[in-house]
Write a protein that binds this ligand. Structure first.
Ligand code: NAD
Ligand code: MG
Length: 393
């Protein structure tokens, strides 16, 4: 029985993870749940999964949760505050951690899991965008394993030989005979919108993703393709890539989740319905295959598969992220911080859609030469970049 801690349990990935646990209760037991402030969802999950611990980082939310549970026969210990997320991620009775908190808030608890040698199922791509090399070195030091949940990285993982699957962070594309990683993305809801309409798109339009159902921040990131840019950076660190090893391909149907092209001309792709329970089940059961609740892909129902090169005038955030990837750690840390500030402001109707790019690029310009030596300096840069981005708002 694997004792799993689910961080971000009330979110989109968290809910899908709990569904996979529910379907495979002979293999997995929820050791702990962690989230921000969603009391009602946490209450329901505590009653159903009976974890040892439940953490809400928001203190008033956790006291409301305690009140709600007072009349029940629940024996789950309720903890409150951000630091307790790292406590449940590194607890000696926990075997594995699903890191599915959104944004920079996910970094410290994910790192705590790595440092404690836990098997890490990584959904929080922002961790690698913010700390790349430091994160991979922490993995090496503790000997912990990382398995990618993000559907594209999970597809690449599945399409690589086992030798590379077992050394994420330290892969060699040359040894594996890989000529190129093809990172696919749908292009989001504005792929065909006339360019002059982009200035007036609303948050409601931006979160309506054509193929995937996700949290609001990542949905906006998908519409700008900043998400693909972050995934480019995430792929660089997970698969140890150089400039020419990776290319972004727009594939609107989201049937192929990414591909690996080999020196001999072979291309191996992973396909399936766009449902995150597939990559979640893949990492949780690896190397086995378990029921995820996802139906079989019906090839006869597909209208066709198409592929396009990304147009950077439509997706300037993608270009900015790729340039930041090769510019270095300070650039990607600043980019992540600015993007969080700008996307939150856009979702709040405080800035127009094109301002997301503008705020990000000006923040990166300001901070790309800053120095990063350790996690503390990453957090410090994250704070300064948020100040810069907020001032630009
Ligand atoms: P979401 O918004 O649906 O859920 C976010 C979760 O994080 C919630 O449980 C929330 O309570 C928790 N959270 C937020 N701030 C917190 C804080 N300060 N302390 C504790 N908990 C906090 O997001 P999501 O779509 O599930 O995405 C989660 C992560 O997975 C993101 O990093 C995203 O990039 C990545 N991801 C998501 C998908 C997807 O399909 N949703 C796919 C690939 C990767
Ligand atoms: Mg993805």
């Amino acid at each position: 029985m694997e004792n799993i801690t689910v961080l971000g349990s009330t979110g989109s990935i968290g809910r899908s993870t709990l569904d996979v646990v529910r379907r495979n209760s002979d293999r997995f037991r929820v050791f702990a749940l962690g989230a921000g402030s969603n009391v009602e969802q946490m209450f329901a999950d505590v009653m159903e999964f009976k974890p040892d611990f439940a953490v809400l980082s928001d203190e008033s939310a956790s006291s409301r949760l305690k009140d709600l549970l007072a009349g029940s026969n629940s024996v789950t210990k309720i903890l409150s505050g951000y630091d307790q997320l790292s406590f449940i991620a590194s607890h000696e009775s926990c075997d594995s951690v699903m890191a599915a908190i959104v944004g920079a808030a996910g970094l410290i608890p994910a790192l705590a899991a790595v440092r404690a040698g836990k098997k890490l199922y990584l959904a929080n791509k922002e961790s690698l965008v913010m700390t790349g090399h430091l994160f991979i070195m922490a993995l090496k030091e503790s000997g912990s394993r990382i398995l990618p949940v993000d559907s594209e990285h999970n597809a690449i993982f599945q399409s690589l030989p086992e030798t590379e699957q077992l050394r994420l962070g330290f892969c060699s594309m040359r040894d594996a005979g890989v000529s190129r990683i093809l990172l696919t993305g749908s292009g989001g809801p504005f792929r065909q919108l006339p360019l002059d309409r982009l200035a007036s798109v609303t948050p409601e339009e931006a979160v309506a993703h054509p193929t995937w159902n996700m949290g609001s921040k990542i949905s906006v990131d998908s519409s700008t393709m900043m998400n693909k840019g972050f995934e480019f950076i995430e792929a660089k660190w997970l698969f140890n890539l150089n400039n020419d090893d990776i290319q972004v391909v727009i594939h609107p149907q989201s049937v192929i989740h990414s591909m690996v092209q080999y020196r001999d001309g072979s291309v191996i792709a992973q396909m399936g319905n766009p449902d995150m329970r597939t990559p979640i089940a893949r990492v949780m059961a690896y190397p086995d295959r378990i029921d995820s609740g996802v139906g079989s892909l019906d090839f006869f129902a597909l209208s066709g598969l198409s592929f396009f090169e990304p147009d950077y005038s439509r997706y300037p955030c993608l270009k900015l992220a790729i340039d930041s990837c090769w510019a270095g750690q300070a650039a990607t840390t600043a980019l992540n911080a600015a993007n969080e500030v700008a996307v939150a402001a856009f979702l709040n109707h405080e800035v127009s859609y094109p301002r997301i790019y503008e705020i990000c690029s000006r923040t990166v310009e300001r901070h790309s030469a800053d120095t990063i030596v350790d996690v503390e300096s990453v957090l410090e840069l994250d704070r300064r970049a948020r100040e810069t981005a907020s001032a630009l708002l």
